[in-house]
Design a protein around this ligand. Structure first.
Ligand code: GLN
Length: 486
C-alpha cells in the first residue's frame, strides 16, 4: 500500500472525503514523517502538532469542507499565524507570537487545510539557499549536502521530502520558483495582487507575493484557488475573480498556444544539463501543437541589478519597524541606555549579515544625494522591463526559460560570494518587476542527477496559462521524487 505521505493532495482529499482515511490519520502520518526526517532536512522551524490535529478533527467532524479538506500543508514562516510563533527566519522575531492570522491562513483554515507548522527560510526572505536563516540551513532531499533553494527552501524541502503534499512560499525575486526548480517540485508566483499580502511579513512590498508549492500541477492549482482572490485588507489586491487555474491544470491543452523562448536566458553560464532539459521541454511543447518562436527581451539583462536596488530600498524602510519597542527581541535595556542605544544594540544583535547588507545598500540608494542615480534609475529600468513583457505579449501568449541557470548548488559554495548567490535568481526576477505570474515545473534531471525546472511566464491575471503549460509538461514527463532523502 502507498504510504499516506506519498499521496498527492487531491488523492488525500478524496480519501478523506470518502472516509477511507481520517484527516487525523493523515496528519499523524505527516507529523511522524516530520519527526523522522526534520532533523536531517531542517525544513520546519516550528511544528504545530496541537493546531494541526485540532484542525484535522474539525474536518473529520464535518465542520469544514472543500476540495483540499484534510490535506496537510507546510507554511513558510514569513506568514503570520495567530498563537503560533512566526520568525521570518530572524533572531529579531524569535519568541514573537502574532495576535492575528494572515488572510491566506484564514482562507486555508476555512477550506479545511491542515497547517502542520512553519518552515525555514532565509532571514526576511533575503537569499537563495536558506543559508541566511538564523536557524541554520535546510537541506535538499535529493542530496543533503545541497541547498533546497531559497528563500523558501523549507517549504520546498518539506514538499519534496514528502513531509507535506502542499506548501506556501513567498516570491519577491524567485523564492517560490527557484526552490521549486532545485527540489523537483512545482512552484507558482501568482500575479502580483492576485493573492492577499495581508499578514505576509514585508520584505519588498511592491514585489512580494505568496503562492503555492506542490508535487503536482493540479495540487498547486487547487491551493492557488483557495488562497487567491480579492482582499479588502490589502490595498494592492486585485478586485477580480481568480483566473481559471484548476480548469487549466486539468486540461493541459497547449495546442495553438504561442510560446516565446526568451533569447537572453540561455547560453554561457547555464549548466549544459539545464540547457538540454530546457530544449527538450520546448521541443515537447512544439510536438503538442504549441507555436514556438524566439523572443528578445533586451532589458531582462538589467533586471538583476535593478532588483538589487529596488528590493533593498523597500526593505530598508520595511525593516525599520524592528526597533526593540514593538516586536520580539530587545537587548541592551539595562535601565541606563537610551531608547536609541537599545534600538541600535538590538538591531546589531538581531539581524544577520545579509539583512544588514541590504539595509545599508537600501539606505544608501535612497539617500538624498544618490536617489536619482540609483533608486530612480532602477525604477526606470523596471518600466523598460515591463515594456519588454508588453511587447512580447503582442506576439506570444507565454514566455519560457530555464528557471535557474544551474541545479542545486552545494551548501557553503556561494555563502561568501553574495553576487554568485544573487545569480540564482537571474531568470526569475523580471516577472516580479513586471508583476505578472510565473511558475516552475520539473522538466527532468540534469547530468548530475538533480532536478531542472522549466519557467513559464504569462501576462498579468493570465495565471491559468501557466497551468496549461505546466500540466502539458507534467503529463509528458511523469515525475517522481526520491522517497528517502539521500
Ligand atoms: N533570492 C532573492 C533575494 O535574495 C529573492 C528572494 C525572494 O524572492 N524572497 O532577494
Amino acid at each position: 500500500m502507498t504510504e499516506l505521505t506519498e499521496l498527492s493532495a487531491v488523492e488525500i482529499a478524496e480519501r478523506v472525503a470518502s472516509r477511507d482515511v481520517s484527516a487525523v490519520e493523515v496528519a499523524h502520518a505527516h507529523l511522524d514523517r516530520i519527526a523522522e526526517l526534520n532533523p536531517a532536512l531542517n525544513a520546519f522551524l516550528h511544528v504545530d502538532t496541537d493546531g494541526a490535529l485540532a484542525q484535522a478533527r474539525r474536518v473529520d467532524a464535518g465542520e469544514v469542507e472543500g476540495a483540499l479538506a484534510g490535506v496537510p500543508l507546510a507554511l513558510k514562516d514569513v506568514i503570520v499565524t495567530k498563537g503560533v510563533p512566526t520568525t521570518a527566519g530572524s533572531k529579531i522575531l524569535e519568541g514573537w507570537v502574532p495576535p492575528y492570522d494572515a488572510t491566506i491562513v484564514e482562507r486555508m483554515r476555512d477550506a479545511g487545510i491542515v497547517v502542520l507548522g512553519k518552515t525555514n527560510m532565509d532571514e526576511f526572505a533575503m537569499g537563495s539557499s536558506t543559508e541566511h536563516s538564523a536557524f541554520g540551513p535546510s537541506h535538499n532531499p535529493w542530496d543533503l549536502d545541497r541547498t533546497p533553494g531559497g528563500s523558501g527552501g523549507g517549504s520546498s524541502a518539506a514538499v519534496a521530502g514528502n513531509l507535506a503534499p502542499l506548501g506556501i512560499g513567498t516570491d519577491t525575486g524567485g523564492s517560490i520558483r527557484q526552490p521549486g526548480a532545485v527540489t523537483g517540485t512545482v512552484g507558482v508566483k501568482p500575479t502580483y495582487g492576485g493573492v492577499s499580502r495581508y499578514g505576509l511579513i514585508a520584505f519588498s512590498s511592491s514585489l512580494d507575493q505568496a503562492g503555492p508549492c506542490a508535487r503536482t500541477v493540479l495540487d498547486a492549482a487547487l491551493l492557488h484557488e483557495v488562497i487567491g482572490g480579492h482582499d479588502a485588507r490589502d490595498s494592492t489586491s486585485i478586485d477580480q475573480p481568480v483566473p481559471p487555474v484548476v480548469a487549466a491544470a486539468r486540461s493541459g491543452d497547449v495546442s495553438g498556444l504561442r510560446v516565446g523562448v526568451v533569447r537572453e536566458f540561455g547560453g554561457e553560464g547555464y549548466q549544459p544539463g539545464v540547457t538540454a532539459r530546457f530544449t527538450e521541454a520546448v521541443e515537447l511543447l512544439t510536438s503538442l501543437g504549441a507555436d514556438v518562436v524566439e523572443v528578445s527581451c533586451p532589458h531582462f539583462d538589467y533586471a538583476l541589478p535593478a532588483y538589487y536596488l529596488i528590493a533593498p530600498s523597500e526593505a530598508s524602510s520595511n525593516l525599520a519597524r524592528y526597533d526593540a519597542m514593538r516586536y520580539g527581541l530587545r537587548v541592551g535595556d539595562d535601565g541606563e541606555a537610551s531608547a536609541e542605544e537599545v534600538m541600535a544594540i538590538t538591531r546589531a544583535a538581531g539581524f544577520g549579515p545579509e539583512v544588514k547588507r541590504r539595509i545599508i545598500l537600501g539606505t544608501y540608494a535612497l539617500s538624498a544625494g544618490y536617489y536619482d542615480a540609483y533608486y530612480g534609475q532602477a525604477q526606470k529600468v523596471r518600466t523598460l522591463i515591463t515594456r519588454d513583457f508588453e511587447a512580447a505579449w503582442q506576439s506570444v501568449d507565454v514566455l519560457v526559460s530555464p528557471t535557474t541557470p544551474t541545479t542545486a548548488f552545494k551548501l557553503g559554495e556561494r555563502l561568501d560570494d553574495p553576487l554568485a548567490m544573487y545569480l540564482a535568481d537571474l531568470c526569475t526576477i523580471p516577472s516580479n518587476l513586471y508583476g505578472g505570474p510565473a511558475a516552475s515545473v520539473p522538466c527532468g534531471l540534469s547530468d548530475d542527477g538533480l532536478p531542472v525546472g522549466l519557467q513559464v511566464m504569462a501576462p498579468v491575471m493570465a495565471d491559468d496559462r501557466l497551468y496549461s503549460v505546466m500540466a502539458a509538461v507534467e503529463r509528458a514527463k511523469p515525475w517522481s521524487q526520491p522517497t528517502t532523502p539521500r
